[in-house]
Structure formats: C-alpha cells, structure tokens
Design a protein around this ligand. Structure first.
Ligand code: C2E
Ligand code: MG
Ligand code: MG
Ligand code: MG
Length: 292
C-alpha cells in the first residue's frame, strides 16, 4: 500500500513495524497534505423543529476523500489530526468554510439558519480557537448568533477549568454553545451547568436503546429532556432514523431533530438544493420522503 502514495512520498518501513502502525503512518502523511490538495470537504446535515419540520439549521460535518486511502471517517482522522498537531489548522478551515457558506445562504434564502461546527477536545485547550472563531465570523460577515459550536461532554470534562474560561470568552462573541453526544459520558447535567451552554444534543444511543415496550428507558429520555429545559437548554435529538424514533420523540418535549429520517449529511450543492426546495414550498414535506 506504500506504493499507492506515489514516488515523492517517503515512508520508511521496518520489518518490525506492524500493519497497524504502517497504515497509521500512511494516513498521517496523507492527512498533512489534505487541505492543500483540496481533499477535504464540508457536508451539511439539516436539523428541523420536531413539531413543524421547519429547518432550523445545519451541522457542518467534515469529509475526507483521500486519493490514496479512499474516504476516511472523521471519527478516524480527527483524533489523528489532534495527535499530530493538525487539528487547529483543520478546525480553522472548517470554521471558515461553514461560516462563509452560512452567510451565502443568508443572502440566497433570506432565512437565518444556525450553522453548527464540531470542536474536538484539543481545540478547546488553547486560546488560538478564540482568534480563529472571531476571524471566521468577521471575514464571513455571519452574525455570531447563527454560529453554534458543538463540544462533547468528554472534551468539556477533560480540563474543565480551562474549558470553562475559554467557553466564557467564546460565548462573549455572541455565539451559541452546545453539548454534543450527551449521554455517552458520565457527566451530570448539573455539572455541565458550569459551562455557558445553550443546547444539548441527545446522543443517538438514547434512541437505539428506546424500544416501544421499554417504558423505563422512554421515561429516562423524557426526564433528561425535561431537566435540560429546566436548566434553560434546548434539546436536539441526533441520529433520528426511523418513523419509530420520530413517534417516540413526539411523545416528549424535545425541540429539534437531526438524522437520516430527515436527510443525510449532504455536499454543499445538494444541501443548497434541499434548502431551496424547502424554502420555496415552505416545508420539508415531499422533499425527501420524510412525511412519516
Ligand atoms: P457528531 O458531531 O455526533 O456527528 C453526528 C454523526 O452522526 C455524523 O457522523 C453523522 O453523519 C452521523 N449521523 C447523522 N444522522 C445519522 C443517523 O440518522 N444515524 C446514524 N447512525 N448516524 C447519523 P460523521 O459525519 O461520521 O462524524 C462523526 C464525528 O466526527 C462527529 O460526531 C464529530 O464528533 C466528528 N466530526 C465531524 N466533523 C468534524 C469537524 O469538522 N471537526 C471536529 N473536531 N470533529 C468533527
Ligand atoms: Mg456534532
Ligand atoms: Mg453528536
Ligand atoms: Mg453522536
């Protein structure tokens, strides 16, 4: 597989090196050039109001199509980017793409959508992020209140004091902060309250666990949503795939939903097409067969 990288890439393999570390090295060297070679792309997944299906925003999700390795999942290359010190550069690139895109859609649709950008643990360890976010907002002209930053529980917990300080500074820019994948870590909502959060994304494992005959779990999800509301957080359910998920969520006071039952993450032009259809007809009905 080393050959696939072409003649001008130097990889030194020794016999002792396992296949795993070999492919890691390949991925590292490929990732270092991914931005410059235009291999990264931002996809957009719409999220909608649970009751009305009104599109409220889109989440920016990074995609890497490596000519050598094929498509690589962000769950794989984001941790690697953190390890090898590329995350700030990649994160800055995503922020710029996403804010510029959202501002273009502001002009095109005259309908302010929220744009959510994911941040990883390493990105909230330095003050660099603050300058990067401020510059992305300034250069794109996107109103700060349309930008939402998503942080996972574990990223927040890792060095909570540093995170709290940085989040306060970010919040002062006027943007929104959201805790992603809630329910996968061990933090309590009460603890998360020390951060200036606006919303909470219920991890899709909540829905995987939900069985129509499992009243206990249904009640748990509902209790979490109600507690979040009491704490002033709005709630987004992620990974909403099926009519069953939707039916369950409709028995709760969840605010927004996101998932393949609405739309997969889409490349820029397809996302734009979807939004165009939505804003022309006033709803998502019939656009992607979602009126379940
Ligand atoms: P996440 O922020 O929790 O994103 C949701 C993930 O669930 C995305 O995976 C999305 O494609 C997937 N998804 C959406 N709807 C459904 C559904 O109905 N069912 C199922 N099973 N999955 C669904 P993706 O795009 O592979 O991203 C994985 C993770 O990588 C993200 O999780 C996020 O933590 C991270 N990530 C993605 N883009 C970026 C980025 O630009 N920067 C950083 N730091 N992390 C990113
Ligand atoms: Mg997210
Ligand atoms: Mg999530
Ligand atoms: Mg998740």
């Amino acid at each position: 597989r080393a050959k696939a990288l072409g003649g001008n890439t130097f990889c030194f393999f020794t016999a002792e090196m396992g296949e795993a570390s070999r492919s890691r090295m390949l991925m590292q060297s490929a990732l270092r050039h991914a931005i410059a070679r235009n291999e990264l792309q931002v996809y957009y997944q719409p999220r909608v109001h649970l009751k009305t299906f009104e599109v409220t925003g889109v989440e920016a999700l990074l995609r890497w199509a490596s000519p050598e390795l094929g498509p690589v999942s962000p769950s794989e290359f984001i941790p690697l980017a953190e390890e090898i010190g590329l995350i700030d550069e990649i994160g800055d690139w995503v922020l710029r793409q996403a804010t510029m895109q959202a501002q273009q859609w502001n002009v095109l649709f005259d309908k302010p959508l929220k744009i959510s950008v994911n941040l990883s643990a390493r990105q909230i360890r330095t003050r660099k992020l603050l300058a990067s976010v401020a510059a992305a907002l300034q250069d794109s002209g996107l109103p700060a209140q349309q930008l939402e930053l998503e942080l996972t529980e574990s990223a927040l917990m890792e060095d909570a004091d540093v995170a709290a300080e940085l989040l306060a500074a970010l919040k002062a820019l006027g943007l929104r902060l959201s805790v992603d994948d809630f329910g996968t870590g061990y933090s309590s909502l009460a603890y998360l309250c020390r951060f200036p959060l606006d919303s909470l994304k219920l991890d899709r494992s909540f829905l995987l666990q939900v069985q129509p005959d499992d009243i206990g779990r249904w009640k748990l999800a509902e209790a979490v949503i109600n507690l979040a509301h009491t704490l002033g957080l709005s709630v987004v359910a992620e990974g909403v795939e099926s009519a069953e998920h939707l039916a369950f969520l409709r028995t709760t006071s969840c605010d927004e939903i996101q998932g393949t039952c609405i739309s997969e993450p889409l490349p820029r032009h397809l996302a734009e097409k979807l939004l165009q259809g939505v804003f022309a007809s006033g709803s998502l009905s019939g656009i992607s067969g979602t009126t379940r």
